[in-house]
Design a protein around this ligand. Sequence first.
Ligand code: CP3
Length: 359
Amino acid sequence: MSESQFAPLKNDRFLHALQRQPVDRTPMWMMRQAGRYLPEYRATREKAGSFMDLCRNTELACEVTMQPLERFPLDAAILFSDILTIPDAMGLGLYFVQGEGPKFKKPVRTSADIAALEVVNTARDLSYVTDAVTAIRHELNGRVPLIGFSGSPWTLATYMIEGASSRDFARAKEMLYNRPEDMHQLLSVLADSVIDYLNAQIRAGAQVVQIFDTWGGALGHSAYREFSLQYMERIVQGLIKEHDGRPVPVILFTKGGGQWLEAMADTGATALGLDWTTDIAQARARVGDKVALQGNLDPAILLASPERIRQEVATCLAAFGQGSGHIFNLGHGVTPQVDPAHAGAMFEAVAELSPQYHP
Ligand code: CP3
């Protein structure tokens, strides 16, 4: 897909901030911005059938991607899909149980299960995702850039091995410690799959990509490097660096990864996502001008009053301080019980309070 098919970008604040170039105010978006906290999302979801039906329906996936942009002055859109599309395409049979989250019919447990896995072929098995990317780019008509995404190999592996969400990752960690060669084989197939998947999203029109390492923070200090970071680095190295003459920024988000920021910055990523346990001022001092930083309010702040939300926004903007290189976001996804008006109050505060940091 050549960039010339799409309308020129009207709002490039997000892309500039990712490259730490001057902006007029801090750009903002929110993880899980299209989702169940929005009544219009719940209405479209009802129309679609199951969650995966919604992901596979190009027109409706496009519709829900646009919904938060109609409400809030956001500086980026994120593809509506899920990280578990890759294991689904590998034949594990993804389904969702109300109130219990994602499940797999055929989890991966034995060495033979792992040996049977093949690297996904996005063009053959996941064209519904790349079709959605292209359709969303047309629908955006240059309004804001589009973010594509994937799970990290380790985070995908936890769901594939456990067969569901987990509190302690007992099976995955047992494999990691007792059968590290099996774990490496699984992570390797996943890393190559993620490279194919993200490069296909970039060719289809994604202007930025984010890797969600939601469960990297559950790993021990040395295990994080060996079993999560190493594979994310392989992905960063394997991604298209430029598409039609434009750089393709990569955002790395390890939830609970605050103590590993220097190592994460060494992967070659453009920006790091921070969760709310990290002080963004200290993070900036540690990574210097190697990467931009994205984050990092506690998502639970959106349950508090608009006045309290505004204070937290002010604190976060002040902590990052003067200059470009900050992308405002939550430290993890917005939760379903949030009142959209509270998200609105947060974005309004960013728009009003951030220009002073960009003189
Ligand atoms: O950010 C966005 O708005 C884009 C869409 C997006 C979704 N999932 C939509 C979704 C993104 C980026 C994801 C990523 C994702 N999916 C992650 C990593 C990020 C994170 O939040 O940690 C993970 C771990 C998943 C796996 C997953 N998919 C879970 C745990 C759930 C929730 C299940 C539940 O019942 O609570 C999903 C389903 C899902 N993905 C929903 C949405 C809007 C809700 C599905 C519904 O409509 O019922």
